[in-house]
Design a binder for this molecule. Structure first.
Ligand SMILES: Cc1ncc(C[n+]2csc(CCOP(=O)(O)OP(=O)(O)O)c2C)c(N)n1
Length: 330
């Protein structure tokens, strides 16, 4: 296991980042455990291994921004809202879910908390986030918008059009590429006709940032820097954060033996697991193991309560069929 560097953040923030990382990981471990019960009918696109990107970025935004996730949305939703009650309600298709149980795991939203949504169409959330950035520039100076997307989304024209328009219009828009090198089973080197995405993006009028640590504190600090620069310069930011998907592209199973996987790559990233890294840092900073176990135990118990509440809640009835589907004039 890679040794973490000493924290440059306050002890409270360091622990708080860990709590959200741990909660997100534990929610997905719970999904892995109970998915075979077949109470959750939605397909699953697991964030496991990549959680530090959402936790670091969303915490750096700190409630003063709007985010849109890709279809691999669990970590972004949980990091932005901290609400695993509505999360498990939605996955179980129950009325206590984020969309009354009608949307499933790829369409998680909580607009009052700045979680504008997520979408199953690769790249489709990026121009919607640009709309939020445009609105924020007009109505809420200092507030940013961020689009999370995989490196596969940059193979879509709409990514480049949105990047171009955001730069031309000088919008407070943050592009967050969760760069796990893969689109399903295909690597960037087989899909892309250029050598380096960040070198191409550097030609645009935006600031480009890179991270390859999978370390939540490093991602947090980089995002804070990007937001401050974006607000002072009026130019968008592009964050390319290297990370690693632990599970199969869609589903809850391990696929470490699949032909597209590389054993050394798997070992490298699991040796710098973002949750374990932050835990180790907290222990090295003097936090007692028993205190950390208590924190973790409380989170585990709260997640079990959310799962039980989801299972006990009703499915949506016909009365909710068109509710929330059509815009209603206030
Ligand atoms: C417009 C569109 N084209 C194709 C697909 C099928 N598809 C689903 S996931 C995926 C790969 C996406 O890879 P990436 O954006 O890197 O996300 P990751 O799975 O790595 O998180 C593709 C091509 C889709 N959902 N939408």
């Amino acid at each position: 296991m890679t040794a973490p560097s000493a924290s440059l953040l306050s002890a409270d923030l360091s622990l708080s980042l860990y709590k959200t990382l741990y909660m997100t990981r534990r929610c997905e471990e719970t999904i892995v455990r109970i998915y075979p019960e077949d109470n959750m009918k939605t397909p699953m696109h697991m964030s496991m291994g990549q959680e530090a990107v959402s936790v670091g970025v969303c915490r750096a935004i700190g409630g003063n921004g709007d985010v849109i996730a890709s279809y691999r949305s669990h970590a972004t939703y949980l990091a932005q809202t901290e609400d695993h009650g509505s999360f498990f309600g939605e996955l179980h298709g129950r009325t206590n879910g984020t969309a009354d149980g009608k949307s499933g795991s790829m369409h998680l939203a909580d607009i009052p908390k700045g979680m504008l949504g997520s979408t199953g169409i690769v790249s489709a959330g990026i121009p919607v986030a640009m709309g939020a950035a445009f609105a924020n520039k007009q109505k809420s100076p200092g507030r940013v918008a961020a689009a999370f997307f995989g490196d596969g989304a940059t193979d879509e024209g709409v990514f480049w059009e949105t990047l171009n328009a955001s730069c031309a219009m000088k919008l407070p828009m943050m592009f967050v590429c969760e760069d796990n090198d893969l689109a399903v089973h295909t690597r960037k080197s087989e899909r892309q006709g250029f050598n380096s995405l960040v070198e191409v993006v550097r030609k645009y009028k935006c600031d480009v940032y890179e991270d390859d640590t999978n370390d939540v504190e490093s991602i947090y600090a980089l995002t804070r820097k990007a937001i401050e620069k974006m607000i002072s310069s009026g130019q968008p930011a592009f964050l390319n954060i290297k990370t690693y998907r632990y599970l199969e592209p869609c589903g809850t199973m391990q696929d470490s033996d699949a032909p597209y996987r590389r054993a050394e790559e798997d070992a490298y990233w699991k040796g710098r697991d973002c949750v374990a890294l932050q835990r180790k840092r907290l222990l090295a900073s003097g936090l007692a193991e028993k205190d950390l176990l208590k924190v973790e135990g409380d989170i585990n118990a709260a997640i079990e309560k959310s799962v039980a509440a989801a299972k006990a809640a009703p499915h949506p009835g016909a009365d909710l069929l068109s509710y929330g589907v059509f815009y209603e004039t206030p």
